[in-house]
Ligand binder design. Structure first.
Ligand SMILES: [Zn+2]
Ligand SMILES: [Zn+2]
Length: 261
């Protein structure tokens, strides 16, 4: 059956949306709510705890400064993540030469498995000549200039035009998840410290509705969930970052080696 179509994804916010893309935004909202609505509160309330002991040597001011620093860093990194994440998804990564020709894509070719799509500068789906480094993305159904990979979390391709922004997004996500993990550990640490346990429970009652069946249990559940989520994001993004840094190093070694030939 010979089928043609003109459909291609213009950017990451062009449907259909990948399940991972939706999951990414849901996770981001959970983390931001957890950071500002839960973990951060335990730093502010620390003030009551330190008041009696450190009032003379400026303990209150220190805690105030600590709280505003964490808020500032939280707002800063959330903004960087939103900005870079949207910029990566909205950047035009297509091969301009192919787009200029704008031919209908041959989908019958795409359905044949095991045959390379781009061979000798010719894309068999777009029916066009393509630049070197161009690959045809099956998710976006278009030719991508300087193709690196298709990111299902951002619902778009990562290529030469958005690679730097993508790395910035990965770095800021890694830092933000480390911060979330640190704050969540700080909060749960209060519960396991006999001196601050009372304050932990006091703060929990301020955050969660008093009608909650078992506030302390529910609070600990949220706390553990935030620790787990932050750790998973840190591990995942850290691995990705390590992989890309290693790749950059190999490229460098490769170019140095090529210069000697
Ligand atoms: Zn193509
Ligand atoms: Zn793609």
């Amino acid at each position: 059956m010979y089928t043609t179509n003109a459909w291609y994804r213009t950017h990451g916010y062009h449907p259909p949306f990948d399940t991972w893309f939706v999951l990414m935004w849901v996770t981001f909202l959970i983390m931001v709510t957890g950071y500002f609505g839960f973990s951060l509160k335990f730093i502010e309330e620390d003030r009551y705890y330190t008041k009696e002991f450190f009032i003379e040597d400026g303990g209150i001011n220190n805690v105030h400064r600590q709280k505003s620093t964490w808020s500032f860093l939280g707002i800063l990194f959330s903004s960087i993540i939103i900005f870079t994440c949207m910029k990566v998804s909205l950047t035009d990564t297509s091969d301009k030469r192919v787009m200029k020709e704008s031919k209908e894509r041959d989908m019958s070719y795409a359905m044949v498995k095991g045959i390379p799509v781009v061979v000798d500068g010719w894309c068999s789906i777009c029916k066009s000549n393509v630049g070197s480094g161009t690959r045809h993305c099956k998710f976006c159904n278009k030719c991508i200039q300087g193709y690196d990979h298709h990111c299902r979390w951002l619902n778009c391709c990562v290529a030469e035009s958005n690679y730097r922004t993508f790395i910035l997004f990965v770095i800021s996500t890694f830092i933000a998840s480390t911060m979330s993990l640190w704050l969540a550990i700080n909060a749960i640490g209060m519960y396991f410290n006999s001196e601050s346990k009372y304050n932990y429970e006091l703060i929990l009652h301020n955050i969660l509705p008093s009608s909650t069946l078992n506030t302390v249990f529910f609070g600990l559940f949220i706390n553990i969930l935030l620790i787990l989520l932050s750790s998973i994001i840190m591990a995942f993004v850290g691995h990705l970052l390590f992989f890309h840094i290693r790749l950059c190093k190999y490229y460098k070694i490769y170019f140095i080696f090529m210069n000697y030939l």
